[in-house]
Design a protein around this ligand. Structure first.
Ligand code: 13P
Ligand code: SF4
Length: 392
């Protein structure tokens, strides 16, 4: 809109030193691996032209998917942008594309591999783009928990549900135990289906999405939920607590959304009278409870598109998306819920140099950074993913 200046102001920098994004690895905390070959320099002024040329040379052979948390420099090359659910659907709907370049994180690329044909190859431009939440549930830990539930004789009542933000082997566990995958845009439907199959849900790995959906959308009490801590014997729970629980929540969370606090909500309400607080359901329960609106990234985009000019919004989700929305709607006052920087560092691993590198490798006839899920895991995970895609 001409003549209108955006009200967006950058949040202040975090006092914590960050890894230089897109460079180096941190094997202690991420699936860090270096890219084979030469990465273009981030300062290369020809990067946009190189990505454009490589993509044009590949034509319909390549399909680029971009999650909403990706950087602007990357999202401009996405054929489709979306939340985790939409991207899973889109990956499944492109059987003609030889290469799916996934600008997102590792678990999303794994799901795309599971949902695409064996001849299609899914490429993650930087293999260090993992997800700290997905890494909080490891298959061995989950199987130990399940064995304990078997000892208690309660597994026939339990339906396992895993958030899309989990590794393929966790999805495989859920598939072979007749459960379902969910995303932030269909969690209520997935839980409704699950409670038609059994009387308890074992929800992995995001305690907040599980609790927020059960309590705020399905009418459960907080007391119906127990928190299973994989680092404590028997999850830190008694047999009686597990027998009485309706929702057994895995102790996992998103390190980005976990940052928003009830104080951020209070502070913005004091500072901006009439502000609408809009948050992602990965935020903590008290934050979601105090917010005016809650939903997936796709929901957040739609809500701001539909908001009247002049309205004020404090948005509790990843900063790349909030900034993009603020700049796209200069007639609305859109701000970040927290005053400090809150990027998802692993989403940010995918930058333009990595995208250019991946596309140019494909043009040269080499297929880099292929994400492959082994056949057995893929078959079992697909049961849980297909169940999600078939939810009423
Ligand atoms: P959605 O895009 O499904 O809302 O998920 C957010 C997220 O954290 C993805 O990692
Ligand atoms: Fe994982 Fe949170 Fe980043 Fe999403 S925003 S990829 S859940 S760490």
């Amino acid at each position: 809109m001409s003549g209108v200046t955006s009200t967006w102001t950058e949040p202040s920098n975090s006092p914590v030193a960050l890894l230089l994004l897109g460079h180096g690895t941190d094997p202690a905390s991420e699936r860090g691996v270096d890219c084979p070959g030469d990465l273009p320099a981030p300062s290369d002024p020809g990067l946009v032209a190189r990505a454009t040329a490589a993509k044009a040379a590949l034509g319909d052979r390549v399909f680029v998917l971009g999650h909403h948390y990706q950087r602007d420099e990357v999202i401009q090359f996405a054929d489709v942008t979306g939340d985790s659910f939409k991207l899973a659907q889109q990956a499944a709907a492109r059987p003609e594309a030889e290469f799916i370049v996934f600008c997102g994180v590792h678990f999303m690329a794994e799901s795309a591999d599971i949902l695409t044909k064996p001849s299609q190859r899914v490429i993650l431009p930087d293999l260090a783009a993992g997800c700290s939440m997905a890494d909080m549930a490891v298959l061995g830990q989950v199987e130990t928990a399940w064995e304990h539930f078997e000892d208690l004789g309660i597994t026939d009542q339990i339906v396992p549900v895993t958030y899309m933000n989990s590794s393929a082997d966790i999805k495989g566990f859920v598939g072979r135990n007749s459960g379902v995958v969910c995303t932030s845009s269909n969690a209520k439907r997935a839980l409704t289906w699950s409670f038609e199959q059994g009387s308890k849900v074992f929800f992995l790995p995001d305690q907040h999405l599980g609790r927020n959906t059960a309590v705020l959308e399905m009418g459960f009490d907080l007391d119906d939920c127990v928190l299973y801590d994989p680092h404590k014997p028997h999850g830190g729970l008694t047999g009686e607590q597990l027998r009485n629980a309706r929702m057994i929540l895995w102790r996992g969370h998103c390190s980005v959304h976990g940052r928003f606090t009830i104080d951020s909500v209070r502070e913005v309400r004091e500072r901006v009278p009439g502000v609408n607080v809009l948050v992602h359901p990965e935020c903590r329960h008290d934050v979601v409870r105090a917010a005016d609106y809650v939903g997936s990234t796709e929901y957040i985009i739609r809500a701001l598109d539909a908001a009247p000019a002049g309205s004020a919004w404090a948005v509790g989700t990843e900063l790349n998306l909030v900034r993009r929305l603020a700049l796209a709607h200069p007639d609305k006052q859109i701000m970040f819920l927290d005053r400090a920087v809150c990027y998802c560092s692993t989403m940010n691993r995918i930058d333009l140099p990595h995208l250019v590198w991946a596309l140019e490798e494909l043009v040269a006839g080499r297929v880099p950074n292929v994400i492959t899920v082994d056949e057995k895991t893929a078959r079992e995970a697909r049961v849980a993913l297909d169940q999600m895609l078939a939810l009423p």
